[in-house]
Design a protein around this ligand. Structure first.
Ligand SMILES: [Zn+2]
Ligand SMILES: [Zn+2]
Length: 281
């Protein structure tokens, strides 16, 4: 296949997932605004039509750039360019599964670290604030960010491919998984947790409501380990930096973590009229 072929396949995959999953959620949920209390995580808060247009324009532009870069890289690897990616059975199935799992966990940890770094005051103002303009996110918010931020995340996913042995199928599975979860985590839909190792969409939806907390991308373990999982009774917000919130008073022990496994129907004040969420300037 030619370079143009690889780029075309990457574009179809990247934009196909973005508009496929985003469009499906739009069709399945967002049309039913009157029923929002039944399915929406923030039933009374909606992005304005202008905010929707902006997130889709920025997200689609970013996905296009990232897909072109991925296509060029795939062509480089497939045509024998330097990399540690393989696609034959030279290492056996067990080794291939193990190295793909390590790649998944390690890149997820690095994504947590990079995201947390972007929440430091200066970097937040310069770069990451763009992604946080959307306080009631939709799947399309997943790629709506400063292009430098997306380049950083893509760099984290690509760097190991030059020294860590990984089967192309395992690599594809991890990329699709990370990407699908990012889209679902921004959906704004109360989908519940599918698997025990990752929190449900409300976890990242809360990140957009409360800003400096719940930094994890796919796995929940990093926020548990490093104390940045949202806790009951602490105050969070745009100006409360640090990832641990502000205590309301003296605490004998850290208050309990929010249990995201319990699905929430609260916040849906009965009879509350849906209104457009204010966007950050
Ligand atoms: Zn963030
Ligand atoms: Zn987000």
């Amino acid at each position: 296949m030619t370079l143009a072929g690889y780029v075309a396949v990457a574009l179809a995959g990247g934009l196909g997932m973005y508009f496929g999953i985003g469009g499906l959620l739009e069709w399945r949920y967002y049309r039913r605004r009157a029923d929002a209390a039944r399915w929406k995580l923030q039933p009374t808060r909606w992005p304005s039509p202008r905010a929707r247009r902006r997130e889709i324009a920025l997200g689609a532009a970013n996905m296009t750039l990232a897909s072109v870069a991925s296509g060029v890289l795939a062509h480089h690897i497939a045509t024998g360019g330097a990399s540690s990616v393989y696609w034959d059975d030279r290492h056996g199935v067990a080794f291939s599964i193990a190295t793909a799992l390590v790649y998944f966990v390690a890149t997820d940890g690095l994504l947590y670290g990079a995201h947390r770094l972007l929440h430091r005051r200066a970097l937040f103002r310069w770069i990451h604030r763009v992604h946080h303009r959307w306080t009631s996110p939709t799947a399309f918010t997943a790629a709506a960010m400063h292009p430098l931020e997306l380049a950083l995340y893509q760099g984290i996913m690509i760097a190991p491919l030059f020294f860590w042995p990984i089967h192309a199928a395992g690599l594809a599975a991890v990329l699709v998984y990370h990407n699908a979860i990012a889209l679902l985590d921004h959906s704004g839909v109360d989908l519940g947790a599918v698997v025990p190792w990752q929190p449900p969409p409300r976890f990242h939806d809360d990140h957009h409501v409360h800003f400096h907390v719940n930094y994890g991308q796919t796995l929940g373990v990093w926020d548990r380990l490093f104390g940045t999982w949202r806790r009951a009774g602490r105050v969070y917000g745009e100006h409360v930096f640090g990832g641990r919130g502000a205590a309301l008073g003296p605490e004998a022990a850290p208050p309990p973590r929010i249990d995201y496994r319990r699905r929430r129907r609260a916040g849906a004040a009965p009879g509350a009229e849906p209104r457009d969420a204010e966007e950050l300037g």
